[in-house]
Design a protein around this ligand. Structure first.
Ligand code: CP
Length: 304
């Protein structure tokens, strides 16, 4: 398959190959000359129909480090505003001899839909509340780097599970690698289908943090919700926010992750986000090498 549409389409061997390739590219981008000529014959379009800082810049940098030609599209400044459809937009871009599309879109399933209607390799850079596969890959890679392996580790994902593509992709990726997964948050922000995913559910933050090796803190996605769902921000922070006092009260030192963007003082305080227990910026750094690996492996199939 010439796409990365979600972690649910991958198996353990796929993740292992992506991580081995990432190890190589991580070494490459730490050299004085950070580029390789591998993809000089490939053109990639980054299509962002929703805002992004990390994912957008990380994909662009990964593509440039691989020497691909890159074009960037942001729907806010495009003819989508004049009524052009997704398929027409992408087919017009592909007619300029583009080989691969990286797409972020607010609608769940947008990547799968596109893959059935256009002739290009598609990478899902986040589709609504569905999946964010490269984020889950860089998260697992960062756990492996920090703790040696993912297998057997206990990972809790804290916060707005209901609206989070990061949560779903992480659950799939962590389970494939043999980690134990828990979700923790207000009942109103835990989806009903969670029982089918084989994860533990906890509504008490302290219990969750005492159980885990790693806590992945999520932002509450106000932009995706009916405000009536939500406990107030103050209540949310009191019950589910991580601060230094909470961490110091635990029996062991846990690793703190966050996919970004952070709402400092809501789900995480600065003294935790910027502490030695946090690997938040390592996650971002690893994102470039992960995306180089994914693009390189997909491009190898295009070239065959
Ligand atoms: N983690 C993440 O997807 O961040 P952006 O929305 O800034 O890309």
């Amino acid at each position: 398959v010439n796409h990365l549409l979600g972690i649910k389409y991958l198996n353990t061997q796929d993740i292992q190959l992506i991580f081995e390739t990432t190890d190589h590219f991580k070494e490459v981008i730490n050299r004085p000359i950070k580029k390789v000529p591998s993809l000089r014959d490939i053109t990639i379009a980054n299509l962002f129909f929703e805002n992004s800082t990390r994912t957008k810049l990380s994909f662009e940098l990964a593509e440039k480090r691989l020497s691909a030609d890159v074009i960037n599209f942001s729907s806010a400044q495009s003819s989508v505003k004049k009524g052009e459809t997704l398929i027409d937009t992408v087919n017009n871009i592909l007619s300029m001899k583009v080989d691969m599309v990286v797409m972020r879109h607010p609608n769940p399933g947008a990547g799968v839909f596109l893959s059935k209607h256009v002739n290009a390799s598609i990478i899902n850079a986040g589709d609504g509340a569905h999946e964010h596969p490269t984020q889950a890959l860089l998260d697992s890679y960062s756990i492996r780097e920090k703790l040696g392996e993912v297998k057997g580790k206990k990972v809790v994902i804290v916060g707005d599970i209901l609206h989070s593509r990061v949560a779903l992709s992480n659950i799939f990726a962590l389970q494939l690698q043999g980690a134990e997964v828990m979700v923790c948050g207000p009942k109103t922000l835990i989806p009903k289908y969670i029982d089918k995913l084989g994860v533990k559910v906890e509504t008490n933050l302290r219990n969750a943090l005492n159980w885990c090796d790693v806590a992945n803190m999520l932002r509450v996605q106000n932009e995706r919700m009916d405000i009536s769902y939500f406990p107030s921000t103050r209540e949310y922070t009191q019950q589910f926010g991580v601060n230094k006092d909470v961490l110091n009260s635990l029996d062991k030192e846990i690793t703190i992750m966050h996919p970004g963007p952070i709402n400092r003082g809501v789900e995480i305080t600065s003294d935790v986000a910027d502490s030695n227990q946090s690997i938040i910026l390592e996650q971002v750094q690893n994102g470039v090498a992960i995306r180089m690996a994914v693009i390189y492996l997909l491009a190898s199939k295009i070239k065959q």
